[in-house]
Design a protein. Structure first.
Length: 413
């Protein structure tokens, strides 16, 4: 069956194929497909990333004949519209109408915050994507893990790199004016200032900002700009900042120069340092297989970045969990216990496991944007292994502090 991105459901294959031979499943487990709901965004400023997230799992399911650990898989794709109300409506549809066994997503932090309690109340196993910190910290619940990263998780090593490798001391930050932005900057500020640096100003811009000139005008008295913008906003900000004559070094988290968008930059982005849990130039067999599968499915020119890689790895996580449950998904407690115990070494991202709070532990890659062969690309320059959501801080003491917000940590006077 040919796959179409505008189809609501994806169900490929008919038999259990090779997986069933390695992991024989009871007949009851194979009688009906396991329903997985994928919550993504197809409209608005986050739509490009949402589409990449959707695409990532498709090649994995096709590779497996839509059969994981002997269990057929039915994927139901829900477009949230990129807003909390839309996300809540789709959550209700997936649970009450579609009767899904497990949810992947939602995509954005404000969407996760709008749906997490509903999924928990309905004991719906969720492999979350969005970075909303507290769902795997002070408000963790047994029916959720996060396989991507907390908002701040990649900013910790970025701050460490800025201090120790770049020898930078004074930063101005700029981020989207919502939870993901607040939490990114909070994490950066905490490590940067703990290491002897200083954040001298924090700027917040609306998610749909068309013109960054007013923000660039406020960047002064610093030796670096750390920005936490998502969607197409990094492209606009970097271009406008350089056109306005700003020459300061630029550094940012996982969304500022993802491999799926870096090719849209020109010379203005050369030298930009970014931190992310996946890099297209990772020279591993698992990453090469993933890239080949994406190109086979969507064409040689398909943009490939973290969103797709994370979604592909979600398929690996689900398969590993089903191997532990004997292909069964009817017991949400048993299924989530299996998910939380998954530890993979061979993924496109590198090793991945979960901490006791249900958040992913993974390698973080520091890259520098360069021009090569007439294209703008990322070059891997340093790897931070096994980065946790608490960095090198004591989890108990960390959780006694407030969640990162617009005003926490506060600026020092």
């Amino acid at each position: 069956m040919a796959f179409r991105l505008n189809r609501r459901k994806f169900l490929a294959g008919t038999a259990a194929a090779a997986g069933a031979a390695a992991f024989p499943m009871p007949a009851v487990a194979q009688a009906a497909p396991m329903k997985i709901g994928l919550m993504t965004v197809k409209t608005g400023p986050l739509a490009a990333g949402g589409l990449h997230f959707e695409r990532g799992i498709i090649p994995y399911l096709k590779e497996k004949n839509s059969t994981l650990a002997g269990r057929k898989i039915e994927l139901i794709i829900a477009d949230t519209g990129g807003n909390p109300a839309g996300a809540k409506n789709k959550a209700v549809e997936l649970v009450e109408r579609d009767k899904v066994d497990l949810v992947l997503g939602p995509f954005a932090a404000f969407e996760l915050l709008a749906t997490v309690d509903y999924f928990a109340q309905n004991k719906k196993p969720t492999i979350a994507f969005a970075g909303a910190e507290d769902v795997t910290q002070r408000k963790t619940n047994p029916y959720l893990v996060r396989s991507s990263y907390t908002s701040a998780q990649t900013l910790y090593p970025l701050a460490d790199y800025a201090l120790k490798e770049m020898k930078l001391k004074r930063a101005v930050t700029l981020a989207d004016d919502f939870a993901f932005g607040y939490e990114q900057i909070g994490g950066f500020q905490r490590v940067f200032e703990d290491g002897g640096g200083r954040v001298v100003n924090k700027l917040w811009s609306p998610l749909s900002t068309p013109d960054y000139t007013p923000y660039v005008a406020q960047i002064k008295d610093c030796d670096v700009v750390c920005f936490g913008l998502a969607g197409s906003n990094p492209l606009k900000f970097v271009k406008q900042a350089r056109e306005l004559g700003m020459k300061l070094p630029l550094i940012g988290g996982s969304t500022v120069a993802d491999d799926a968008i870096v090719g849209q930059f020109g010379e203005e982005a050369v030298g930009l340092i970014n931190a992310i849990p996946y890099s297209l130039d990772l020279d591993t067999p698992a990453n090469k297989r993933f890239i080949a599968a994406m190109k086979k499915e969507f064409g040689a020119e398909i943009p490939i970045g973290f969103y797709a890689a994370a979604s592909y790895v979600n398929g690996q996580i689900v398969e590993a969990a089903l191997q532990k449950t004997g292909g069964k998904s009817d017991n949400p407690d048993a299924l989530m216990k299996a998910v939380r115990s998954v530890a993979l070494t061979e993924t496109p991202r590198g090793p991945i496991s979960f901490d006791e709070h249900g958040n992913a532990v993974f390698n973080t890659y520091i890259r520098r944007v360069e021009r090569a062969g007439g294209k703008t690309v990322n070059k891997l320059i340093k790897t931070y292994p096994k980065v946790t959501q608490f960095w090198n801080m004591d989890p108990k003491k960390f959780l006694e502090q407030p969640v990162y917000s617009r005003d926490y940590p506060p600026l020092k006077t």
